[in-house]
Design a protein around this ligand. Sequence first.
Ligand code: DP6
Length: 350
Amino acid sequence: PIYQATTSAPVNIACIKYWGKRDTKLILPTNSSLSVTLDQDHLRATTTSRADPSFEKDTLWLNGKEEVIADGGRLATCIREMKYLRSQLEQQKPDAPKLSTFPVHICSFNNFPTAAGLASSAAGFAALVASLAALYELPATPSELSRIARQGSGSACRSLFGGFVAWEMGSAPDGSDSLAIEIAPREHWPDIHALICVVSDDKKGTSSTSGMQRTVETSPLLQHRIGTVVPARMKAISDAIRARDFDTFASLTMQDSNQFHAVCLDTDPPIFYMNDVSRAIIAVITEYNRIALETTGKRKAAYTYDAGPNAVIYTPKENVREIVELIVRYFPQAEKFKDPFSLFGVAGVG
Ligand code: DP6
């Protein structure tokens, strides 16, 4: 028999950012975070896993290229944890084939350029864990799987759910309570769309992993952020999502992106992720919201930036066309060139 399974996982974009680890090996964060998962059909990783006793060793191909599975590294940890769950199932069901003892071949593709720095590792590790769970026929819930995906890349734990997802930081030293939970399913608020503006597809200068560690070690502002600001924001944005209150959602999302980039600047030596185009997009969205606030009392769009210069703009569907036109008017290169600025696409989320 052939033991094989294929699954996909979408990209997620955080509104309340994860930045900082209290345990770098288990990937336990210094604060909870919250994200929106994009629709499956836009930005996703698709992974096929096959178990076979004739394979020599565990092997991974990423977009057609073989990746090294370093001993004790993040990939090896995820594969080992998934095989352990399978071995527990085999103990309960003695007739089940001993897949936990077979090497696995894993093959993963992104339907978007990895180089664009668009949270490709989040979708990648989520799809890897989900495909092994399907291969091993595990009865695990998405939250249980998120605990394993977290050990591949922190933000990956949030891609096991669609819609609005929180990663609860937890407090247990073994990480057993540091996992993703659903705040609201995508159907709860399908009106929100994400517009992804690829400002640059350069590989980023400072990786998230090393950047956030430097922030933990050197930024005094981070202590204020994790102790006071984020706990209040997690509650406020969850309430805003439940109430479908876009104005509050937008305000908190932009404030949190700004504070995340402020703690990067507060790091020694400082880390700069946004560039002049990123800042110009902030100015355009700020002006757009100023006019909306004057006429209706409510914001119409929210920008957010991860560890790179690319903008993600959240907005209700009715504004998408207007914002695309606005961006193209101010950044004519968005229409003409793929580089350095291309509109990567409009992704429905919710
Ligand atoms: C700015 O999840 O890539 O996108 O856990 O070290 O793999 P590691 O870091 P990673 O960091 C993501 C940081 C962020 C914010 C977020 O997604 O919450």
